[in-house]
Design a protein around this ligand. Sequence first.
Ligand SMILES: [Fe+2]
Length: 282
Amino acid sequence: MKGPSYNIYFEPDNLDGALACMDEHGYCVIRGIIDQELVRVLKASIDEILDPERDLPPASNRFHVTFAEYSEPIWRLAEIPAYMNYVEARTGTDELSWHRSAAILRTPGDAMGGWHTDYYPTMPVPTTADEVLNRGQAVGGGLFYLNGSHPDRSGLAVIEGSHSPDWPGPDGFEMTADRKSFHPEGDDPASWYGKMDVPGCVPLVADPGDLICFMPYTYHANMATHERRYTCGLGFRAKSFSIDAPWPLPQSAKDRIAALPDQLQRYAEGYTSIDESWSPGN
Ligand SMILES: [Fe+2]
């Protein structure tokens, strides 16, 4: 599989180039946002919070959807100018709310994930907690793949040019009814395809400390895992993009907000946390 014929790599001081690449192709990689010491510290924090007993079996994964409520080191991201400059450029403002956070731990043998968009293109009314939060400009990749990304080891693959709401899908495939994924023509209409042999597939190559960025609609998939892999992210949205979450703020969120240093308190207003057990009927 060949890499793209255009440049996708940008230094943190070339945000104009990075954003133009995202506009045109739907994704890019910003180099060296975090240093290798912070990469090490974040991996240790993921081990401590997601696998404290070191009992995660081979060929599996664990996700944490409120990681920044529990991890102190991830808040260092909010004090890295290169990262926050990118966030401000994406949102168009420096008036930001902490939106959500995540950490993912995978072990060798974990299979490739299905192609999908994080967006909910056809959602009239939210029916899950993710649908409450993944709206408008508040969606969009900004995860640190702390082992880097490479098709030989795992990481992220994207489909170039898939970042518009009327993208027809790859040649030979058809979209699922909710446009969350696609499958070969004639397959089960609800199925999500999970192989790399899709037209437009770009297996991303990135180093630890790089930020892999993609647009809200961009279709992407986690590549098959061949090493113990660590991923995390701390996301923000414009404070003016308010979200009225239908669940209460948990104590872990209140505790984290209380513990944030003064210079980070500005991000606390508007944080909703997430209750994955929420549904409209409860
Ligand atoms: Fe995703």
